[in-house]
Design a protein around this ligand. Structure first.
Ligand code: CA
Length: 218
């Protein structure tokens, strides 16, 4: 899954970005509110981690703009310890959750998982199409009940496909969900990952729909 991190503090931002990366999540990082809105409307993010005190446009205004435009992307606010008013305002404006700085990385990850789960309307923490199963809480994957070892990118790709079994994903969608902005993506990167996933399972595990993209069967 792809996360947009909006944080102007270079140290806090770098720490969160690297924690997300370690957790196998593709995070893009912007440093002001205007860039946040531009990125959200341009990119296919699945969650926003939003600092409140930001240059250009503060986090509460960003959230307000998003919800006024009907954008329901999950938002977790990042707030200062003494900023109770901000948290109340943010929740009232439609934030899904908040974290109080400084927070532990494992708490951040647990909240990301919980918000994602609630948002997908999926009370079950496991994602499955009946043959592939992944557990976002520990990144374990299995195929026909046999555990399979995945790289971070294979996991992200499979996660994207399993959020919507039966839906065909185009190459650029899969690239967006699998890679961050700052990563070079070879033109055959997605084929390579799919080839590797098939080798770990079987050829029909991921279907290619000629000219359109790939899917996992329902
Ligand atoms: Ca700030």
């Amino acid at each position: 899954m792809r996360i947009l991190l909006v944080e102007d503090d270079p140290q806090i931002g770098a720490a969160i970005a690297s924690a997300l990366d370690d957790a196998g999540l593709a995070a893009d990082w912007v440093k002001d509110g205007s860039a946040a809105l531009a990125s959200i409307s341009a990119g296919s993010f699945e969650l926003v981690l939003l600092d409140i005190g930001l240059p250009k446009k503060d986090g509460l205004s960003v959230l307000k703009n998003l919800r006024q435009d009907g954008n329901q992307i999950p938002v977790i606010m990042i707030t200062a310890r003494d900023a109770t008013e901000d948290r109340i305002a943010g929740l009232d404006l439609g934030a899904d959750d908040y974290l109080v700085k400084p927070f532990r990385v494992d708490e951040l990850m647990a909240r990301v998982r919980a918000v994602t789960r609630r948002h997908s309307g999926n009370a079950q923490p496991l994602l499955s199409n009946g043959v592939f199963t992944i557990d976002p809480s520990n990144k374990q994957a299995s195929y026909k009940d046999e555990a399979i070892e995945l790289t971070g990118k294979e996991y992200r790709l499979l996660h994207a496909l399993l959020l919507n079994p039966g839906r065909i994903f185009a190459r650029d969608e899969l690239e967006e969900k699998t890679y961050g902005w700052d990563e070079e993506v070879n033109s055959n990167a997605i084929e390579f990952l799919i080839h590797s996933l098939r080798k770990k399972t079987e050829k029909g595990a991921i279907k290619n729909v000629r000219g359109l993209g790939w899917m996992v069967p329902k």
